[in-house]
Ligand binder design. Sequence first.
Ligand SMILES: [Zn+2]
Length: 236
Amino acid sequence: MSATAWPRRLLALLMAAAGLALWQGHGRWWQLPDRHNPWAPLSLTEPPGWLTRHKLRRLSDEPAACLAFLRRTPMQFEPQPDRVTGPGCGLTNAVRLRRTQLQLGDAFVLSCPAAASLALWEQHVLQPAAQATLGQPVVRLLHYGSYACRNVYGRAEGARSQHATADALDVSGFVLRNGRRITVAGDWPGDDDASRFLRQVHDGACGLFDGVLGPDYNRAHADHLHLDRGPYRLCR
Ligand SMILES: [Zn+2]
């Protein structure tokens, strides 16, 4: 017997054990939880984890799966036909949102992937932060809408904004169940519970959206949080 036979046998034994474990994984007594299973569809209720961004990205490539996810949330919406509205502007797999788990005031059009991020953010970031910091749930989202065929900052030249494809949402504030109103413009600069709450929901958005910009980024964002799904990751 050669000197390398034993390590090889040990390796074979380990592979057999791993194979057995995988085979038994199909049995009843052991099931990979959905949040650790890359093939399981995204669920609203499972806490975000290491696969959440992967699953959100996959929804961008699978319009039907994205709409199916939204139907598993409290969102009320109508799918919108794809259309091109100008150079670099238009809608692809967008929905008209009438409400999320929150009242919205005016309905607005948002791409399905951005709506999926919004649903997760409300469930796992916004409401827990509101309960922990303010002792109340949020009932209403204040916003400046989403879709606008324009460049970044509305400049004549330069890159198209994520708003041009309804992949971005500008959130200006929140109303709590007791009627208290928290606004980015009024409450971000302070050092109280409302300010802490706004910073928590800003920071928490960075894990679920791609671009997140708030008042600390520049004066153009002094009165809202810009939340987008796009090619760039930015958390400022
Ligand atoms: Zn924006």
